[in-house]
Design a protein around this ligand. Structure first.
Ligand SMILES: Cc1ncc(COP(=O)(O)O)c(C=O)c1O
Length: 435
């Protein structure tokens, strides 16, 4: 039995072989090559629906925007649109994918702290629901390029709420010293600029305190800070907060002994905090928007790698297994010590041996995907499956060592559809210009 808080809903072991979405992992690897990222459509759709249902039960106006930075392909954005979620994007190209997928522009929030004029112009011309502004400099540019527009551009202000998330410091974004968000004391200047800009329409406030969060209390506290700031904006500047977003960040377990946060408790905590603090400040309830990324896609994705070789210790035990991918398709272990669970997809029921480390193929000592995993003693040609690999892997992938990036397939009911083709050496070299 596979722990389904780690593996996709449809993942099973049949005759010792991993199956996902009714497809045999080894057959997928044979058909598409490795490394291969396999996404389970049922898990993706269920995660999206669970978010909508949890907030619907709270009985207040809400929006769920999938955070595209966790993973974006046109097919995934199509699922997002089909399920009725909005989308958060952070670049012109992400916006392009959203449009290709038919995500309604009004359902898009465009984030960023250093966007080009061309990206902002595209967002405004295409009518995104909200441009989320992180700096006074960008607010100035946005005010200039929307001046004279008949239809004002909706905008939200992202603030650093001064709340430290309990997570790795590289994915903590809410403390006052974070690179993200306006300091609360800058809100007055921002409000004045917005009020003087006929091309801009203030929609509300946004914050995101970090990623991989399991602590609901700090998310509730973030809502409280945002409501307090919204009240200040109304009193001092007459601005009404119609929308309020405490961002995304709900954690996903990646080890069997970890527990998934309770989505119902998450929705209830945010909603209760919003209701309580709006009542205290006599503010009308704004729409509550959340932006989950990893909790939608992490568990749906399984990375398949071929074991290429081993490094043996003096006593003959396996010290390292080498696989045909690594930090260029999954930077997270090297970047912030992310941990994973793995199994041998072709011999999942064989008895495990002593713990081994799984290292990638890239020329960095930090290229170790798993440091301490118990697998059946593995040989070259075995197929390693890494769970919870859907988030911040392919979206951060590089062509380090000029290795082409992996393919991705979407599996459902025994069928695998290619959603991202494997990069070729020709793709990689296409930008290279000889003297
Ligand atoms: C502004 C914003 N919203 C949402 C997210 C999504 O976070 P997660 O994938 O942890 O849910 C991020 C991630 O960094 C973010 O920066």
């Amino acid at each position: 039995m596979l722990p389904h808080h780690i593996w996709p809903d449809t993942a099973t072991i049949s005759a010792g072989r991993l199956q996902i979405g009714g497809c045999d992992a080894q057959a997928l690897a044979a058909a598409h090559g490795t490394p291969l990222y396999v996404f389970d459509e049922a898990t993706l759709r269920r995660a999206m629906r669970a978010y909508l249902a949890a907030f619907r039960r709270q009985g207040l106006p809400f929006g769920v925007h999938y955070a595209a930075k966790a993973l974006l392909t046109t097919a995934l954005a199509q699922l997002v649109a089909q399920e009725g979620l909005g989308l958060d994007v952070v670049s012109g190209a992400e916006l392009l994918v959203a449009r290709r997928a038919g995500v309604p522009m009004a359902q898009i929030h465009f984030h960023g702290n250093a966007r080009s004029d061309a990206e902002l112009e595209r967002a405004v011309a295409w009518g995104v629901g909200a441009v989320v502004v992180d700096t006074l400099d960008e607010l100035e540019r946005l005010a200039t390029l929307t001046a004279g527009r008949a239809q004002p551009q909706g905008l939200m202000l992202r603030v650093a709420p001064g709340i430290e998330a309990r997570t790795h410091r590289y994915i903590a974004t809410g403390d006052a010293d974070s690179k993200f968000g306006l300091p609360p004391e800058a809100l007055d200047a921002a409000a004045q600029r917005i009020r003087a800009s006929a091309g801009l329409r203030f929609l509300g406030l946004h914050a995101h305190i970090g990623s991989q969060l399991f602590d609901l209390e700090r998310l509730g506290a973030t809502v409280a800070v945002l409501v307090r700031l919204a009240a200040r904006l109304r009193t001092r500047h007459g601005l009404t907060t119609e929308e309020l977003s405490p961002g995304g960040g709900l954690g996903t377990p990646s080890l069997a002994e970890e527990t998934a946060p309770d989505l119902e408790a998450y929705a209830a905590t945010l909603s209760a905090s919003l209701r309580q603090h709006c009542a205290a400040h006599a503010l009308p309830l704004p729409r509550l928007t959340v932006e989950p990324g990893r909790s939608i896609v992490a568990r749906a994705g399984v990375a398949l790698y071929t074991v290429m070789g081993r490094k043996l210790a003096a006593d003959g035990s396996i010290r390292y297994l080498y696989v045909d991918g690594g930090m260029a398709d999954n930077l997270r272990p090297a970047l912030y010590h992310a941990r994973y669970t793995a199994l041998l997809a072709n011999r999942a029921s064989a008895p495990p041996g002593p713990p081994v480390a799984v290292a990638g193929r890239y020329c960095e000592s930090g290229d170790v995907l798993l440091r301490d995993v118990r697998l059946p003693p593995a040989h070259p040609g075995d197929l390693l499956a890494v769970a919870t690999a859907g988030a911040y892997t392919l979206s951060m992938a590089s062509t380090y060592n000029l290795v082409p990036r992996p393919a991705a397939v979407l599996v459902a009911a025994g069928r695998a559809r290619l959603i991202q083709r494997r990069e070729t050496e020709a793709d990689v070299l296409a930008r290279d210009v000889p003297l």
